[in-house]
Ligand binder design. Structure first.
Ligand code: KDG
Length: 337
């Protein structure tokens, strides 16, 4: 019996290379995804990682199995970044600051005093220039999905309360492995010591360094209050985290699999920002209860810090280029309206 023309045409299309591509575009295969991060499981970073994995499993009917690895168990941020580039690990969340050696444009987010409110950071990071900087990762073998929030960074140390610029003098201060942080705190008069986050608690405990700077949530979840006496509220930098994937691995995913991961990363981002902000004020109260001596640095002294940080800000401009720096400033100006 002659088959209707439509049946013949349908069969031809379904067996065509286009159909095969389309089928692959929709395919969701069983995969194990290793997602590494540096903070403890009981932290804002850990809670967001857990939700991310749950959302991925839910959206893929359990086919995409994301296993989360806390406390730098897969390595420090820079080690995990290398593992993603080499294809030895699929995904991670970590600091943008440690990516500067891979993609120099990431340094723009380390600019001292760039943001003064979280809402400014959300608008700029989730806007066109945040995406533009993230896309620069691809040429180095990484795919940026979304930014999460580490938060505004504050100073802790065991030598003295920081009440004025001169109090930084001589403090051995651990900083992230990043030239802007190194320059900023050298300008402040501290003896800046770059170390991976995974080595920080031991360095504080053994007095290899006197102090460090991180958001309240991190100071609490990493138990720095056990080895740090003074906490000074400086809010000197807003730190983003960034969720990244191995490009070598990502490019092998179907469009549906990529969309599942991106949508889940965005859901986890929105949760993580809310959780981080809600927990930050609680963390500060708990740090005070733990016996840390907390002080606010005056607006005049913050202004002196801003002045002192100008050469470091110029170094950011020299590193990322004036056009990108100006683009970020233009996006920032839109948020204040
Ligand atoms: O792995 C931990 C890092 O992602 C992040 O917390 C970086 O703030 C950071 C620091 O001080 O190293």
């Amino acid at each position: 019996m002659r088959r209707p023309l439509i049946a013949v045409l349908t069969a031809a299309v379904l067996c065509s290379p286009l159909a095969t591509l389309t089928a692959h575009a929709d395919e969701v295969r069983s995969r194990m995804i290793r997602f590494g991060y540096g903070l403890n499981e009981n932290s804002n970073q850990g809670r967001a990682a857990k939700l991310f994995a749950e959302e991925v499993a839910k959206a893929s009917a359990g086919k995409l199995k994301m296993r989360t690895f806390a406390a730098a168990s897969l390595g420090s941020d820079d080690q995990m970044q290398s593992a993603l580039i080499g294809g030895a690990q699929e995904m991670m969340v970590g600091s943008t600051a440690t990516l500067v050696g891979i993609t120099k444009e990431m340094a723009v987010w380390d600019t001292p005093f760039l943001f003064t409110r979280e809402q400014q950071a959300d608008a700029v990071l989730d806007g066109p220039v945040g995406r533009q900087v993230m896309d620069k990762l691809e040429e180095k073998g990484l795919v940026g999905l979304v930014y999460w929030e580490n938060g505004f960074r504050n100073m802790t140390n065991n030598v003295r309360p920081i009440t004025k610029l001169e109090d930084f003098s001589g403090i051995k201060l651990r900083v992230m492995q990043n030239p802007v942080f190194l320059d900023t705190f050298k300008q402040m008069g501290a003896n800046a010591v770059p170390l991976p986050f995974s080595e920080l608690f031991t360095a504080l405990e053994t007095k290899a360094v006197d102090g460090q700077e991180n958001p309240y949530n991190t100071i609490l979840s990493s138990k720095f209050y056990e080895v740090q006496k003074y906490l000074t509220v400086t809010n000197h930098v807003y730190s983003p985290w960034i969720v990244t994937a191995s490009k070598r691995w990502w490019d092998g995913l179907s469009q549906t699999e990529q969309k599942i991961l991106l949508d889940a990363a965005k859901t986890a981002r929105d949760f993580e920002r809310q959780d981080t902000r809600a927990e930050a004020s609680k963390a500060l109260a708990l740090l005070k209860d733990s016996g840390m001596q907390v002080n606010e640095i005056s607006a005049d002294e913050v202004q002196r810090m801003r002045e002192q940080a100008k050469p470091a800000i110029q170094k950011v401009i020299d590193t990322v280029g004036q056009p990108l720096f100006d683009q970020v400033q233009a996006e920032l100006a839109k948020t204040s309206n």
